[in-house]
Design a protein around this ligand. Structure first.
Ligand SMILES: [Zn+2]
Length: 521
């Protein structure tokens, strides 16, 4: 190729590239979500596509929802799919696999799609539509054009006779019940709750509004509840020292189990029943602290593999013990920092994790890193694998690992640094500065940089099945493990552990325990 033709080629290439970019930008996607007969457990979706410039277009439904690391096969709920051109004439399409619809010959034209979604499963990672409300998991409702996950989208919600919509999506000014997302990742990060919802009076932390909206909240002391929740948010923010969103919404989807974290909201099963006892209130505050703390830990402070999301295959990582396990650790710590619980209750939380680990033979077969990686196959809590008794849950060993790391760092630095410093450094270094996740090695390096020593011994508890050395690690902070053997009603032998203070503490143990237990002023 001569120089002249190279220049011509480059010129033509640049024309081509700029036209491709312009076309990408002009692709316009508008979704309308309607609920013509909610009592039938269906919702309806219309998609208007403008300025499509390709030929065959593939529309895909994600197979899972970030935050719930299981393939959910949402496309199974799609019924009555159709595609039409500008004149309303049907366009041929083919369902080429479980979750992909190919629409042929759509070149340079506007067209529309429509389909129904059967929504009859009451669970935080599934959509439910009934006569009283609708909770829509957006990964299971809105298909995306393959290759265009970065396209902005708008969603109009036809809420019918219901009064309110709760979602983390950005409302469009001057267009009631219309929302926008800069890309599909944000759309998929914002479930939508519709119904005659109740909103509790919001509170501010550092000048930022925090809302609580829900369906069928029930009767409880709502003033006390919001005061406690504000303390939880304040204590969580104090760990990292920054609030990265403009508004945050707690979205209570009705009685049921489970919660899923998002960037500026969380959706969770909720009932006001039981909140009149201190245990019930404590349990709820732990639960909400966990979901809330996730907006830092996993949504922003995240493993390298958890972004960009692969909505077909899922994203395996060794580090869910950090994302989930340390969020359990911080749920305990934050509720204590918030002044909502006492030392005994804090330690009891860890007792339950120790008892779960030590009574599970799986601890000798599977490491924390393996449990993290394998959760896609083994079920959400690591207990439903094909080989029962050979797997563990990072929800149990993860928080103990958090405790070990925290105490090790405090011990190594004469109580000048803690795991909080690690979380802060990950937030500023990887989320804010590098805008990516961290690898396994980078997580360990971040811990070692704060501790000022090698932590390879401690990390053996992550990558091997070495038995946990409670004596040494709890001992750093003047704590110890008491062991009792019990026999259950079924005749099964169990061991029961309780974490307690030692009788006498040296000055470093005393200062570590005091600062670890310290409440925020
Ligand atoms: Zn979690």
């Amino acid at each position: 190729m001569t120089k002249k033709s190279t220049l011509l080629f480059l010129f033509l290439l640049s024309l081509l590239t700029s036209s491709v970019i312009a076309q990408d930008k002009s692709l316009n996607l508008q979704y309308v979500l309607s609920l013509p007969k909610p009592e039938s457990n269906y919702c309806h979706v219309d998609v208007q596509v403008e300025a499509w410039s390709g030929d065959t277009v593939y529309f895909k439904m994600p197979k899972w929802m970030p935050g719930y690391y299981q393939l959910m096969h949402y496309a199974k709920a799609v019924e009555n799919f159709s595609a039409k051109d500008e004149q309303g004439k049907s366009i041929a399409y083919k369902r080429v696999n479980e979750n992909t619809w190919a629409i042929a010959g759509a070149k340079r034209q506007s067209f529309s799609l429509s389909y129904d979604i059967k929504a009859d499963k009451k669970f935080v990672a599934n959509s439910i539509v009934d006569a009283t409300h609708a909770y829509l998991v957006t990964t299971g409702v809105f298909m995306y054009p393959d290759g265009f996950l970065n396209t902005p989208v708008s969603v109009k919600v036809m809420k019918g006779s219901w009064t309110k919509i709760a979602t983390g999506l950005q409302p469009i000014n001057g267009k009631p019940d219309e929302f926008t997302a800069p890309d599909f990742d944000i759309l998929y990060d914002c479930p939508i709750l519709i119904g005659n919802l109740e909103e509790l009076p919001p509170f501010q932390v550092n000048g930022i509004e925090h809302r609580f909206v829900g369906y069928d909240l029930g009767n409880f002391d709502k003033k006390l509840f919001m005061e406690n929740l504000k303390k939880v948010v304040t204590a969580s923010v104090s760990v990292i020292g920054d609030i990265p969103y403009k508004q945050y919404t707690f979205i209570a989807i009705g009685p049921g189990r489970g919660g899923i974290e998002h960037l500026n909201n969380t959706t969770f099963g909720f009932s006001g029943e039981g909140l009149d006892t201190s245990e019930g209130m404590n349990r709820m505050m732990n639960f909400l602290a966990h979901e809330y703390f996730h907006h830092f830990n996993v949504k922003r402070i995240r493993p390298f593999e958890l972004g960009p999301f692969d909505y077909d295959k899922g994203n395996n990582t060794n580090l869910l013990w950090v994302s989930e396990g340390l969020s359990v650790y911080y749920e305990y710590i934050v509720v204590k920092k918030a002044g909502l619980t006492d030392e005994r209750t804090l330690l009891s939380n860890f007792d339950s994790n120790v008892n779960a680990i030590e009574n599970n033979p799986g601890r000798l077969y599977q490491s924390l890193a393996q449990a993290s990686y394998a959760t896609w196959n083994e079920g959400p809590f690591g207990t439903q694998g094909t080989e029962p008794g050979k797997s563990i849950s990072y929800y149990d060993k993860g928080p103990i690992m958090g405790l070990f790391l925290d105490f090790k760092i405090r011990h190594a630095t004469q109580n000048k640094k803690s795991l909080d410093d690690v979380m802060r450094s990950l937030y500023w270094q990887y989320y804010k500065k590098l805008q990516r996740g961290f690898t396994d090695a980078e997580f360990q390096q971040a811990c070692e940089a704060v501790a000022g020593i090698s932590l390879s011994d401690t990390f053996e508890y992550v990558y091997t099945t070495k038995e946990l050395d409670y004596f040494t690690y709890l001992g750093y902070a003047g704590l110890q493990l008491k062991k009792e053997s019990t026999v259950t009603n079924g005749g099964e032998k169990k061991v029961k552990f309780t974490i307690e203070r030692m009788d006498t503490l040296n000055p470093l143990q005393q200062s570590m325990l005091t600062s670890w237990l310290k409440e925020n002023p």
